[in-house]
Design a protein around this ligand. Structure first.
Ligand code: ATP
Length: 306
């Protein structure tokens, strides 16, 4: 008999805009961010296990270079999410096998862990035939990570509070994304810590309201002109190579570029055409060219176009 199988795609995000508007008593930052799902995803497959427990394996089809660093124990948000859903079944002997095919760069500001977490909440609930509402899933989600409620929802959205107050926005007009993830990482904790030490006059807030308006007007160039991330100068001060990456992206003809999350990934907005199949050759030429230039600049990086 074939085992029941549930498969979920877990999409990455970028921040078209990221602002910090306050600090909560418990140290969480209050944010105002415009989140955008991109066409880059991990694939999670769920099957019932023969014995109680959560058994996470990493698929050989994974494409990220540092796949060996993906934790498969309780540190992985997938395991945490599965645990929370299994608890809800009330069946002590329930168990689940999960296969993770990892394509989203890690520690990149692309919500890789959070989106896997969201997919695991949905996937295990479906496997166990638990009928959990969106509100309940989002409540479990936010207790595991501030970006998880957005990842459950996806699309284009304004994210406020600590990330749990979500307002869907009109979809970004069709376009592509050039994504550069340097091999070095940026510690989210250190970036936020350094941000907290800035003087108010050192902070440049992006125009999130203007970007929201541009999205409502379906105005891609209005959105592109307002790409902004309040954390960028902080991460750049720690890793000046980020500025070099942006200069290089601009020199390649992509003028609108910004860092996502707390970094270090940088993305640029492309006209729709470059991601079409008929432009496959142009796309791979562009990727190898940028990769080569980055290597020459001493910044080895993953380069993607989605
Ligand atoms: P965000 O944009 O939410 O800040 P991120 O892209 O910066 O996320 P993640 O890719 O989520 O960061 O990974 C950060 C760390 O979380 C990793 O170094 C890893 O140890 C841990 N982690 C937990 N679960 C996962 C997962 N499913 N995939 C990758 N990393 C995970």
């Amino acid at each position: 008999m074939t085992k029941k199988t549930v498969t979920k795609k877990a999409y990455a995000k970028v921040n078209l805009g990221l602002d910090i508007v306050g600090l909560r008593g418990d140290g969480y930052h209050l944010v105002k961010m415009i989140m955008q799902t991109i066409d880059l995803f991990d694939v999670l497959t769920f099957q019932p296990a023969e014995r109680p427990g959560i058994f996470l394996k990493i698929s050989e089809k994974s494409t990220i270079p540092d796949v060996a660093d993906v934790p498969t124990d309780g540190r992985n948000l997938i395991v945490k999410a599965a645990g929370r859903i299994l608890e809800k079944t009330g069946i002590p002997e329930a168990g689940v096998e999960i296969l993770l095919e990892k394509h989203i760069p890690m520690a990149a500001g692309m919500a890789g862990g959070s989106t896997d977490c969201a997919a695991a909440l949905r996937g295990v609930a479906e496997l166990m035939e638990l009928d959990l509402g969106e509100k309940e899933l989002a409540e479990i989600g936010v207790s595991l990570g501030a970006d998880v409620p957005y990842c459950l929802m996806g699309g284009t959205a304004l994210s406020e509070g600590i990330g749990e107050v979500l307002t869907p926005l009109p979809a970004l007009p069709p376009c592509g994304f050039l994504i550069v993830k340097p091999e070095f990482g940026a510690s989210t904790k250190e970036v936020y810590g350094a941000y907290d030490r800035l003087m108010p006059e050192e902070i440049r807030h992006p125009d999130i309201d203007g970007m929201t308006e541009a999205l409502k007007q379906g105005d891609l160039s209005g959105v592109a002109a307002r790409l902004g991330n309040v954390l960028e100068p902080v991460t750049v001060a720690m890793h000046p190579q980020i500025r070099t990456i942006e200069d290089l992206i601009r020199r390649s003809g992509v003028k609108d570029t910004i860092m996502t999350g707390s970094g270090p990934t940088v993305f640029g907005i492309l006209p729709e055409t470059i991601k079409d199949a008929e432009h496959a050759a142009e796309k791979s030429r562009c990727i190898s060219e940028i990769k080569e230039q980055l290597k020459d600049a001493g910044i080895p990086a993953q380069v993607l176009i989605v």
